[in-house]
Design a protein around this ligand. Structure first.
Ligand code: PEP
Ligand code: MG
Length: 584
């Protein structure tokens, strides 16, 4: 038996064979051997991957030309030229048939080799070398998708094991065919973690290297609550986890009783609003079923990340998605966040800057990208406005850093609204406009925003990343990325206090709110509204019922005196055990 410790992402237990191994890490594909009899099927996979990569590139070229301009459209011609070069495919095929390696390895090896040789020629060719690597990523993405499709076609749900899984690949997993997710690399703040929560399957990320120890017959246990992977468990451990699985199911059944009401209450009767974070329109049904007070965050960038043939979604695609969510929520409020693309959320193979960015998390992302790409932004806003007659919609802008950014975004919105009014297209004239509070600059200058915006939502995932200067998805600095960090607590407190002074609603939609032990602390800091993954809503309702506000305030007072995240964590965990003690 071997035990691997990673980060817990979504609770629950899965026991089964580790048969669906996918690797979404480029540049380091493992060399997989194939039998001579498999050569033809690897060729067919390559045919399909080259075909879909070509289709996606042509779609991207068209969309980029339309929405970003001719200059961006032309970027795709270079990729198509390389893709259609018969010598590339011949080299890949030769590796497969002569060296008997899998298609992923052959693509990775061949294109890495080309890029290296080009770089060695002259610095002027560096850009061309990057094109080759982009193309490699695209082909690997297609090959990976075909692997996922293969195992998802089987009847039995499987544990998806990967070295690394990109958010866009995780978003394509079918939750009914996935019993758990476990990865060698990955961190709690990553968008892969967020997608895994959306799928509601037990997930442990970043457990360290384990794939080389496994084959199709390896039995594994994934413990999503503790973030563990256990390979080849002893009979005792297996029996213990079978009991754990039973108790997890019993908890789920008990929590169902809380699904009937959309209102959560503390023990002393204070109402707490608990909404759902969604990435896909279909999740709005899950929100309704657990009695969510609404959708507090709809991450619309996933419309771009999950396009079957690449390309950018058009206004109609946006509209259909927003209408579906608005209608599914039957009048409960829905906060649509405009696309938060960039950094780790880039549609496969698409870029928004001519040169690769040296520091994408500090670069052209989120509302900055919207303001630079007016047509894309306007298409989305038009669609939201059109969908607003089907429900109660608010609009939220991500990663706002200065009040000028908010005002510019609002100007675009007003302009689009006037355009619709002139064309006689109906919309809700009173859509509230708010911002994500997820940069330290926004927190420090929140008074500037408080007069202009209609509401705030605290994005602790990015706020923590930027406050601590720590990449949220980088496990090697994960010890600084702690949700209970005193710096983050102070920023949350300041945001709630300023919002209260100006009478503006404030909610919190980062992952900190999805951790049940932290909820009493957040209520004690003054928060009365939270938005979390739909699968966590019932747990949070139960937590609220276990605490009175005065107990929460007392807890928060003590936490605010502490100098380290570790002390705060200890405090909230011990308190949780004493007061709530429920095995969630
Ligand atoms: C956040 O940053 O806390 C947030 C909710 O947004 P995202 O995780 O999508 O960046
Ligand atoms: Mg964010």
């Amino acid at each position: 038996m071997k035990i691997y410790q990673g980060v817990p992402v979504y609770p629950g237990v899965a026991i089964g064979k580790l048969s669906a191994v996918v690797d979404d890490r480029v540049g380091v594909q493992k060399r997989g051997s194939i039998d001579p009899g498999q050569v033809d099927s690897e060729f067919s996979r390559l045919d399909a991957a080259f075909q879909s990569a070509g289709d996606a590139l042509r779609a991207n070229r068209e969309d980029a030309t339309k929405q970003l301009g001719e200059e961006f459209g032309r970027l795709y011609d270079a990729y198509l030229l390389i893709l259609n070069d018969p010598s590339l495919r011949a080299s890949v095929d030769k590796l497969v048939s002569e060296e008997l390696v899998n298609a992923e390895y052959a693509v990775d090896f061949t294109l890495n080799g080309y890029a290296e040789r080009l770089r060695g020629l002259d610095a002027r060719y560096a850009e061309r070398a990057n094109d080759l690597l982009d193309l490699r990523d695209r082909l690997l993405h297609e090959l990976l998708a075909s692997r996922v499709a293969d195992y998802q076609a089987s009847d039995e749900p499987t544990i998806v094991a990967a070295s690394f899984l990109k958010p866009s690949a995780a978003a394509k997993l079918d939750p009914d065919k996935t019993s758990a997710i476990v990865t060698e690399n990955g961190a709690i703040g990553s968008h892969t973690a967020i997608v895994a929560s959306a799928l509601r399957v037990p997930t442990a990320l970043g457990v360290g290297p384990f794939l080389s120890e496994t084959d199709d017959s390896t039995v594994a246990i994934v413990d999503g609550k503790l973030g563990k992977l256990i390979l080849d468990p002893t009979p005792d451990v297996l029996a213990q986890y079978e009991r754990e699985l039973e108790s997890y199911r019993a908890t789920e059944a008990r929590l169902q009783a809380l699904a009937n009401s959309t209102v959560a209450k503390t023990r002393d009767g204070v109402e707490i609003e608990i909404k759902g974070n969604i990435e896909f329109p279909s999740e709005s049904k899950a929100c309704r079923e657990v009695g969510a007070a609404g959708v507090g965050l709809y991450r619309t960038e996933f419309l771009y990340l999950t396009r079957p043939n690449g390309g950018l979604p058009d206004e109609e695609t946006h509209f259909r998605a927003y209408k579906e969510v608005a209608e599914a929520m039957e009048g409960r409020p829905v906060t649509i966040r405009t696309f938060d693309l960039g950094a780790d959320k880039l549609p496969p193979g698409l870029r928004f800057s001519a040169e690769p960015e040296p520091n994408p998390f500090l670069g052209l992302r989120s509302v900055r990208l919207s303001l630079r790409n007016g047509d894309m932004f306007r298409a989305q806003l038009r669609a939201i406005l059109r969908a607003s007659v089907y429900g109660k919609i608010s609009i939220m802008f991500p990663l706002v850093t200065t009040i000028m950014e908010f005002r510019k975004a609002r100007m675009v919105y007003n302009d689009v609204r006037d355009e619709l009014a002139e064309a006689g297209i109906p919309f809700d004239p009173d859509i509230p406009l708010g911002i994500m509070v997820e940069t330290p600059a926004a927190v420090v200058t929140l008074e500037h925003f408080a007069r202009d915006v209609d509401f705030f939502s605290i994005g602790t995932n990015d706020l923590l990343q930027y406050a601590m200067a720590t990449d949220r998805a980088n496990p090697s600095v994960a010890e600084l990325y702690e949700q209970e960090s005193p710096a983050l607590l102070r920023m949350i407190k300041k945001t709630i206090d300023v919002a209260d002074v100006y009478g503006k609603p404030v909610s919190l939609c980062g992952q900190m709110g999805g951790c049940p032990e932290n909820v009493p602390l957040l209520l004690g800091l003054g928060l009365r509204s939270l938005s979390v993954a739909p699968g966590l809503i019932l747990r949070l309702k139960e937590v609220c019922g276990n605490y009175s506000i005065s107990e929460c305030v007392e807890l928060a007072k003590r936490a605010m005196l502490m100098e380290s995240a570790a002390e705060v964590r200890m405090l909230v965990r011990n308190d949780w055990k004493e007061r709530a003690g429920t095995g969630y």
